[in-house]
Design a protein around this ligand. Structure first.
Ligand code: FMN
Length: 381
């Protein structure tokens, strides 16, 4: 096997080990995928200042995100269907994040449920909420996250209507996969994935099935999802969600300065500058290109986080330098999970940590808390 030295190596291995329809589900963006690509490409336009002859001993990446201690400013982003990249994927990723000292965020659209993840972790994780029309179900989700002692609610604002991803339509994506000849072939060519999947009972959306009214099995779930995301969600709704939750609240999916200003007034603890990994509005700017403007507008009022396109520790460092207090990674940990299960998630975090640590030193800094725009030589995005 080739040596795994960077996130790209994990991606290549995941491609060989995960059935095509699920690998493609992770590695895709909306329509032309222009925003998906820009998220990654724009990081390379930011140049770092090389500094010499400064003390480089005793370095530390430790910091806080919404006041919670983290071993580095990187959280695992909420991703739907993670348990289809690898059997019990959410539980394994949560365990890897816990051991690493970084937050894990469980998606509403996960395969393993809130209770499944709570049963295999000892420290609190974060829960991501999608708001459905059926408010009773939303209230119940919030209460379940509270009962599981989740330490932050991440409210996603940018997916009340689904963007279109061509790959998913072409592949006929569903979970669990329908047993058509095409899907059987995609799975048969990934025997290791099949063996693990046969060994788990978690193969459907376990936060939803058996909890939402009228959803007892999967055939009704598909239409339920399409009908249920509430396209009338408004800033007013943030108020009751905040009140019902009563804990730290993070608003995810802010990409515009005006929205950031409104978000800062809601009393939330943080915003995530994000375009959903390029999966929603194709043609929107990259997350990193919007970060400096948003930080300038609201950085003094609310903690600003970022996700989208982070593929290395250098990328995390650049985001921190431009004002992000923390970052989230989606695909990097999914590739690790698909490639090697829990070990692969740990490896993804390790790769990012090492790259960030060495880059920080070469920029003349010893503590992530001291990193600011002065390590940036130039950026033109
Ligand atoms: C496969 C996949 C599924 C996702 N599902 C969700 C989700 O259920 N909820 C959510 O808030 N964001 C979801 N996202 C968006 C991520 O939370 C995050 O914004 C994005 O992955 C960051 O970009 P990156 O993958 O380039 O790191 C998903 C992203 C991917 C790649």
């Amino acid at each position: 096997m080739t040596q795994i030295l960077e996130i790209r190596d994990l991606k290549a291995l995941a491609k060989r080990r995960v059935p095509k329809l699920f690998f493609d589900y992770a590695d895709s963006g909306a329509w032309t995928e222009g925003t998906y690509r820009a998220n990654e490409e724009d990081f390379s336009k930011i140049k770092l200042r090389q500094r010499v002859l400064v003390d480089m001993t005793n370095r530390s990446l430790e910091t806080t995100m919404i006041g919670q201690e983290v071993s580095m400013p990187v959280a695992l982003a909420p991703t739907g269907l993670t348990g289809m990249q690898h059997a019990d994927g959410e539980m394994l990723a949560a365990q890897a994040a816990e051991a690493y000292g970084v937050p894990f965020t469980l998606s509403t659209m996960s395969i393993c449920s809130i209770e499944d993840v709570a049963s295999v972790t000892t420290k609190p994780f974060w829960f991501q909420l999608y708001v459905m029309r059926e408010r009773g179900f939303v209230l119940d989700l919030i209460d379940r996250a509270k009962a599981a002692k989740c330490s932050a609610l991440v409210l996603t604002l940018d997916l009340q209507i689904l963007g279109q991803r061509h790959k998913d339509l072409r592949n006929g994506l569903s979970a669990p996969p329908r047993l058509t000849p095409k899907h059987l072939w995609m799975m048969a060519t990934r025997p290791r994935w099949c063996m693990k999947m046969l060994g788990t009972k978690r193969r459907t959306f376990r936060n939803i099935v058996g909890h939402a009214k009228g959803v007892t099995e999967l055939s009704s779930l598909h239409s339920w999802t399409a009908e249920q995301f509430d396209p009338q969600l408004s800033w007013k709704d943030v108020e009751w969600i905040k009140e019902r939750w009563g804990g730290p609240l993070i608003l995810k999916g802010i990409l515009d300065v005006e929205d950031a200003k409104i978000a800062a007034k809601t009393g939330a603890d943080a915003i995530v500058v994000s375009n959903h990994g390029g999966r929603q509005l194709d043609g929107a700017p990259s997350s990193i290109s919007m970060l400096p403007r948003i930080v300038d507008a609201v950085g003094g009022e609310i903690e600003v986080h970022l996700d989208g396109g982070i593929r290395s520790g250098q990328d995390v460092l650049k985001a921190v330098a431009l004002g992000a207090k923390g970052t989230f990674i989606g695909r990097p940990f999914l590739y690790g999970l698909g490639a090697m299960g829990k070990e692969g998630v740990t490896l993804a975090l390790d790769i990012i940590r090492k790259e960030m640590d060495i880059t920080m030193a070469l920029c003349g800094k010893r503590r992530i808390a001291d990193v600011s725009r002065d390590i940036i030589a130039d950026y033109a995005m």
